[in-house]
Design a protein around this ligand. Structure first.
Ligand code: ZN
Length: 347
């Protein structure tokens, strides 16, 4: 995604520090409060409140075996995808990935098709063939849910100080959403669902070579086609998964998703699901405002779409975005929330 509006990677501290500003006048009062706190703690009154403190707000004690989503297998998928190497738009790696996904989902009983389109290469102007991959479950259903992620990777790790022209495998950024949906695919035929579901893998999210390049080519194409040549079905909700595999997982509510009146209930439903499951890494507070594929899906396609993204990721757009920075546990947590939200959502 493009973070040029106001998000910055070191921003993890911003929200927590905002509440901690202390003026000179309150030093005495602060000292008094500290003394009271010491007394309260010594009485053990904080025992149950402790897990609600802001320090621990984003950390659950869930283990893989507590979670009904196979994070271990999702992480294996992540490593397999990254082993392909770069999957930037138009590359051989992208085509290899498309083939892998097509075989994977076809063997699981989904209908898979390509939505092909062409763009001009942003550097040399040559024509490049791009394709969104659309994976349909229960294609007969006219009311559908869109679960999507971009599956292209940034051509080069442009934020890498040492090697901005090196290899970028995009484990979290480009790989994590794909891995999660591959694992969810294993369960889809067995789930009792109120909607048909489409997994859409969006190409050209970041076919860019400079920071202010043109992003979201795949979602723009997908949303325009949906609006201009409507299919015989409608998407009730769209959920975008982007950078959800960080081993240090913290998912705040994205500001655009909360700002749109038609999408806010979706955000609240998903974070409510996370709360009920005890997945505390879904933090029910707004933080970053992210330009991502959901802007196209919402603004051009009219699909209420939220962005589920952990934008506090120091390896973002560097060579350090490798599977080692991600974890099976994080994929399991997000996968469980999405799976549970999916089975409890009814028209
Ligand atoms: Zn990116």
């Amino acid at each position: 995604m493009d973070a040029n509006r106001n998000s910055s990677i070191p921003g993890r501290q911003t929200i927590r520090r905002r509440g901690l500003r202390i003026s000179g006048r309150t030093v005495l009062l602060g000292g008094l409060c500290a003394a009271v706190c010491v007394v309260v703690v010594s009485l053990g009154l904080f025992h149950h409140l402790g897990t609600n403190s802001s320090v621990e707000a984003g950390v659950s004690r869930l283990r893989l075996e507590d979670i009904r989503f196979n994070g271990t297998r999702a992480y294996e998928y992540l490593k397999r995808i990254c082993a392909i190497g770069s999957r930037s738009s138009g590359s051989a790696g992208m085509e290899a990935q498309r083939k892998l996904l097509t075989e994977h989902f076809t063997s699981l009983g989904a209908q898979v098709r390509r939505q092909e389109f062409r763009v001009k290469h942003p550097v040399d102007g040559t024509e490049v063939a791009l394709a969104n991959l659309i994976v349909q479950w229960h294609p007969e259903s006219k009311q559908r849910i869109l679960l999507c992620t971009h599956y292209d990777t940034l051509p080069f790790p442009m934020r890498d100080r040492r090697n901005p022209r090196g290899l970028f495998v995009g484990a979290n950024d480009g790989g994590s959403g794909v891995a999660l949906l591959m694992e969810l695919g294993n369960e889809m035929r067995g789930l009792d669902l109120g909607y048909g579901v489409d997994f859409v893998f969006l190409d050209g999210e970041e076919f860019v070579f400079v920071p202010d390049g043109r992003y979201f080519l795949g979602s723009e194409h997908f949303a325009r086609r949906y609006a201009e040549d409507p299919p015989g079905y409608r998407y009730r909700w769209g959920v975008l998964l982007d950078m959800i595999g960080d081993a240090d997982l913290q998912i705040f509510q994205e500001r655009n998703s909360m700002f749109w009146k038609d999408t806010r209930p979706l955000v609240e439903a998903i974070w409510g699901t996370a709360r009920r499951l005890g997945v505390r890494e879904f933090i029910a507070k707004k933080k970053h405002e992210i330009n991502d594929d959901h802007l196209m899906l919402h603004n051009l396609g009219g699909i209420p779409t939220c962005d589920i993204i952990d934008f506090d990721y120091p390896a973002w757009h560097t060579q350090g975005d490798t599977p080692e920075r991600c974890s099976a546990l994080s994929l399991a947590k997000v996968g469980w929330v999405i799976r549970q939200w999916l089975v409890t959502t009814r028209p």
